[in-house]
Design a protein around this ligand. Structure first.
Ligand SMILES: Cc1cn([C@H]2C[C@H](O)[C@@H](COP(=O)(O)OP(=O)(O)O[C@H]3O[C@@H](C)C(=O)[C@@H](O)[C@H]3O)O2)c(=O)[nH]c1=O
Length: 180
């Protein structure tokens, strides 16, 4: 299992090293020792799954306010998605910058999004399913959101969004209301 820093170094690509044989393969998705050895304090609290019927489904950008901030280890189980992490940390030199990663089951990789980031994705195939491992319980009262098309972020989405929730359409722009 390899943890590979991305353009924002605290965002990590987590690559499995699957052991293959005639039956298929076996791969570890999270490992306390490997993460601790890399200096990453991530201990699972909840595991969730999201199914997206249509290509062009966009979910995000979501985060939880402190003290309920959560890190997320996101993996694609079916289909294909482009996943994005936006740095919201107040003291960060990369504040309001983003990192995008394409995820698919064949890629056998996950992205670790630290606390203090917003997260979103767009599906590139119908029936795309994502698995999330988070390190803090879902806390509805602490949810925050940013607009996927906020010009201050200028996220270069690889496809046109076709399906969004009403909540995601209504997030504030940076500098207003709930946004950080
Ligand atoms: C996120 C979440 C939602 N729910 C419920 C609330 C609601 O009835 C239904 C759908 O919730 P949402 O519309 O918030 O789901 P969704 O828009 O998929 O929210 C997710 O988006 C991505 C981008 C993330 O990063 C996730 O952490 C999460 O915020 O599921 C839970 O029970 N547990 C959870 O952890």
């Amino acid at each position: 299992m390899r943890l590979i820093p991305q353009a924002i170094p605290d965002v990590l690509l987590v690559e499995g090293e699957p052991a293959g044989d005639a039956r298929g393969w076996f791969a570890r998705l999270w490992c306390a020792e490997t993460f601790a050895a890399a200096g990453v304090d991530f201990r699972p609290s909840q595991i969730s799954q999201s199914m997206n019927a249509e290509a062009g489904t966009l979910r995000g950008l979501h985060f939880q306010h402190a003290p309920h901030a959560e890190a997320k280890l996101v993996r694609c189980l079916r289909g294909r998605a482009w996943d994005v992490a936006v740095d919201l940390r107040e003291d960060s030199p990369t504040r309001h910058r983003w990192v995008g990663v394409e995820l698919s089951p064949g890629g056998r990789r996950a992205v670790l999004i630290p606390r203090g980031f917003a997260h979103g994705f767009i599906t590139l195939e119908p029936g795309t399913e994502l698995l999330y491992i988070t390190d803090h319980p879902w806390t509805p009262g602490a949810e925050g959101g940013l607009r996927w098309d906020d010009p201050a972020l200028a996220i270069d989405w690889p496809a046109e969004p076709r399906v969004l929730s009403d909540r995601d359409r209504g997030h504030p722009l940076i500098g207003a209301g709930d946004a950080k």
